[in-house]
Write a protein that binds this ligand. Structure first.
Ligand SMILES: Cc1ncc(COP(=O)(O)O)c(C=O)c1O
Length: 431
């Protein structure tokens, strides 16, 4: 009998994982799964047991594991910050290490935004605006800014001063006769209307994922959307917080997903993909401007936590990010993403249940429209796992892919081939 309290007490996991290698997970009873989810929560973007990362972790453990963030310097921390900013097109120039989770990077970004306003004399600002169908984390503040129906029962615990505007989704929300450019502008106007409704002097920040992520399935913004959003934020002195916990650090084919959109936010949240599942680590990328506001104000960032910039986590993330920041890695992400999306489109483009394949780099999803979408999505996941040993994230209206960057073209072709045949077979057997 298990002494664990499982996330799903009525339906706990049944298989023991004993090792991982490259894109494969191995079970105790000898099964091998090709993991196109990067660890179910899309963090393990270099796969498992990457030799450069495991060597760096072993070396660091022998040296020192913990170096307090406030009290000491750690040369690896500086090196990681420098690396994380080395390919940034957005121009932000400070990295604040926040802890282990993306939720903590959300908490820290909110607090940094609030404090920078406070320390600049904008003392009425305390409201945050997010979008429907978003996910920002599991703490109460990051949860209230998120929009997961199964967590809404927590609403009595939710902190105040957090509101939402509609999701940004060209497919679902464009009106007849509207162009993408019109929609981008109208969608940003929804933010402006909300700021005006609350009162601009009271709004701290707008927080949003650069591409609408896990819930709706990798929906890139309409061209120009983020420029409109930036202008609205500037007009009312509202910070722009972009959440790249899911779509950052190379997963889109650029280190920062927002660099595809040519926008400079005030804060970028990073998390799960920083340490790629080897050791958890999170951070907020920001600017000297924010640093100066706090330096001239209270002179101390009002967010600190024991494991901020944890030395072992930083050493692991440095090794991970060195691999990711190579030209050949980013080229491979773009090439593999285009190849897999293109091949799925070619295989299913004329199928009546196929809506589209969309996303950026190695964050893409296939949307389906069937008589029972959720059943189709979960059956896709189950059939691919049981019949072909391939792991994908299928539910609701989509099957999401987050392949690790070390996936080979041959593995990608195997996955696409099995996906297309399973899609067609299920479509005719289920309905
Ligand atoms: C976009 C986004 N933001 C924040 C988070 C929260 O990260 P964590 O689960 O590490 O707290 C997630 C996690 O799935 C995420 O996808």
């Amino acid at each position: 009998m298990s002494l664990l309290l499982h996330t799903f007490p009525n339906d706990p996991p049944t298989e023991n994982i004993v090792s991982g290698s490259g894109a494969y997970l191995m079970t105790q009873d000898g099964k091998r799964y090709l993991d196109m989810t990067s660890g179910a929560t899309s963090c393990c973007i270099l796969g498992y047991a990457h030799p450069e990362v495991t060597a760096a972790i072993k070396a660091q453990v022998d040296q020192i594991s913990y170096i307090d963030y406030k009290a000491w310097l750690d040369p690896n921390r500086e090196a990681l910050a420098e690396l994380l900013l080395s390919r940034a097109e957005h121009g932000l120039d400070r990295v604040f290490f926040t802890g282990q989770s993306g939720s903590e990077s959300c908490e820290a970004a909110m607090k940094l935004s609030y404090q920078a306003h406070q320390d600049s004399g904008r003392t009425e600002k305390s409201w945050f605006i997010a979008r429907e169908q978003s996910y920002h984390g599991a703490t109460l503040h990051s949860m209230v800014l998120s929009d997961r129906p199964n967590l809404q029962f927590f609403h009595k615990l939710f902190p105040g001063n957090c509101v939402k505007i509609p999701q940004h989704h060209p497919n679902y929300r464009m009106r007849p006769g509207e162009t993408l450019a019109d929609y981008a502008e109208r969608s940003a106007r929804e933010l402006e209307d909300k700021i005006l409704e609350i009162g601009p002097e009271k709004v701290c920040a707008f927080i949003a994922e650069t591409i609408m992520g896990g819930l709706v399935g990798n929906v890139p913004p309409a061209p120009g959307y983020w420029q409109h959003i930036r202008r609205v934020c500037d007009r009312y002195n509202v910070h722009l917080i972009m959440d790249e916990v899911y779509c950052g650090t190379g997963t889109s084919g650029k280190i920062y997903c927002c660099d595809w959109d040519g926008v400079t936010p005030d804060f970028i949240m990073l998390g799960k993909t920083m340490g790629a599942g080897y050791i958890p680590l999170s951070a907020v990328v920001t600017s000297q401007r924010i640093e100066q506001a706090i330096a001239a104000g209270q002179g101390r960032v009002g967010y600190s936590s024991t494991h901020q910039g944890h030395a072992l986590g930083v050493a692991a993330a440095l090794a991970v990010q060195r691999v990711i920041h190579r030209d050949e890695t980013l080229d491979h992400v773009q090439k593999l993403g285009r190849h897999m999306s293109g091949a799925i489109e070619a295989g299913l483009g004329d199928h009546p249940f196929f809506v589209e394949v969309r996303g950026r780099g190695l964050r893409f999803a296939v949307e389906h429209k069937t008589p029972d979408n959720h059943r189709f999505g979960t059956q896709m996941q189950q059939s691919l796992k049981e019949q072909h040993g391939i792991l994908v994230d299928g539910k609701w209206h989509r099957v999401a892919f987050a392949p690790p960057f070390i996936t080979t073209m041959a593995q990608a072709d195997e996955v696409v081939d099995r996906f297309v045949t399973t899609f067609k077979a299920l479509a005719s057997s289920l309905f």
